[in-house]
Design a protein around this ligand. Structure first.
Ligand code: GLU
Length: 394
């Protein structure tokens, strides 16, 4: 019998598996073995998917919506997405400039794969979401890290951006509110970033607004396509229902941007997933067109959880975290403890897992010496988790 050559492509060799999903799968496997693990590793609201969304999915199946749909999503789904962009983000966009994908992740993947060539550079503020740099490397382009810190609110400055742009720069990836820090840009900060971008017409901007409904500061969400309308023809705004409507498993993401880019993404999608799941699209239509008032209640529950976690972590000697302005993550600094873990925050993460709490090490996000907590779990679990963390590092 001949042996299969297990060599994978050079592109795949350039990337690492997603650390967020890897840690979550590990926690799930340990739980299945009977271990008592509190999983705070994945960004997934624990709230039940709203009943009217479930009903819409069921109705769609009963009505026979179980077949292929157009590549970029049904006309009805695109209308619902356009409604979401206009109502929730302030971005007025025709349906022809909207596309639907299997989660925001696929929209980001397709946009980058469709536009990057070897030698192109992509600017990514760090700490970053784990998949951004891996997708860029998979596309053969170079990651340029824009380091941020807690003192600066984990936000890049316009001056930092100006200094990093080169003739090779193709994309700036912005995520506000951001994963894993909660960093949230103000309208003024985005306008200052826009002033820099205006001088560099080759640079495209990914505005990943998936956490827009989860902001603790109040006021309207600020987004680049609105703050700098003259730049909108090179901004791709990504959103979805996963985080806002507790629909992670449905895998529906939405994107709005220039016609040529939407077309390029759909061309690629025609050869990858073919179309977003038909049933999930019907559910997402219900999510966007149905009641939105419960989102405010959910946000307040996230706020209470955030305050619980932040206060408890800051009371643990050796650990500290700023108060995140949005999303449901906090980035814990453990610098003071790192010598006990060989200056490897991956070892700290495994140590915490041994003590029954799954988190993701900060280095997975291009940060360092600490870990990310996803506080999208109920208060009792969060209180027990921070008690375990305190005991583990005592
Ligand atoms: N975005 C979530 C997280 O950061 C879900 C997992 C993933 O896709 O990375 O935990």
């Amino acid at each position: 019998m001949t042996r299969t050559d297990p060599k994978v492509s050079a592109a795949l060799q350039r990337i690492a598996p997603s650390q967020t999903t890897a840690m979550t799968d590990r926690a799930t496997a340990l739980k299945a073995e009977g271990r008592d693990i509190i999983s705070l590793s994945v960004g997934e609201p624990d709230f039940a998917t709203p009943a009217h969304v479930i009903a819409a999915a069921r109705d769609a199946m009963d009505a026979g919506a179980t077949k292929y749909t157009p590549v970029g999503g049904t006309a009805r789904m695109k209308q619902a997405a356009a409604l979401h962009f206009a109502r929730d983000l302030g971005i007025a966009v025709p349906v022809s400039q909207v596309t639907i994908s299997a989660g925001g992740k696929q929209a980001i993947f397709h946009a980058l794969m469709a536009t990057l060539d070897p030698g192109d550079e992509v600017l990514i503020p760090a700490p970053w979401w784990v998949s951004y740099p891996e997708i860029v490397r998979f596309a053969g382009a170079d990651v340029v890290k824009l380091a941020t810190d807690a003192a600066g609110g984990f936000r890049i400055t316009a001056g930092q951006l100006a200094a990093a742009i080169t003739p090779q720069t193709r994309w700036l990836l912005l995520n506000s509110p951001g994963n894993p820090t909660g960093a949230t840009y103000s309208a003024g900060e985005l306008r200052a970033i826009g002033d820099v971008l205006r001088r560099h017409p080759r640079v495209l901007v990914m505005s990943d607004d998936i956490y827009a409904p989860i902001r603790y500061g109040g006021g309207m969400h600020a987004t680049l396509a609105v703050e700098c309308p003259d730049l909108a023809d090179r901004v791709l705004t990504v959103s979805g229902v996963s985080k806002s409507h507790a629909m992670t498993g449905f895998r529906i993401g939405v994107a709005a941007g220039p016609q040529w880019l939407i077309g390029a993404m759909e061309k690629l999608q025609s050869h990858s997933s073919g179309n977003p799941c038909s049933v999930s699209q019907a559910a997402a239509v219900a999510a966007f067109e149905g009641p939105q008032d419960f989102l405010l209640d959910w946000r307040e529950r996230f706020r209470a959880r955030r305050d619980l976690v932040v206060n408890a972590i800051n009371a643990i000697p050796g650990l500290s975290t700023p108060v995140p302005d949005g999303a449901f993550y906090c980035m814990v600094d453990a610098t003071a403890l790192m010598d006990r873990f060989g200056n490897d925050d991956g070892k700290l993460a495994f140590h915490l897992l041994d003590h029954g709490v799954a988190i993701v090490q900060a280095s997975a996000f291009g940060g360092g010496d600490g870990f990310r907590i996803s506080f999208a779990a109920d208060e009792a679990q969060l209180a027990e988790a921070v008690r375990r963390i305190a005991a583990a590092v005592a």
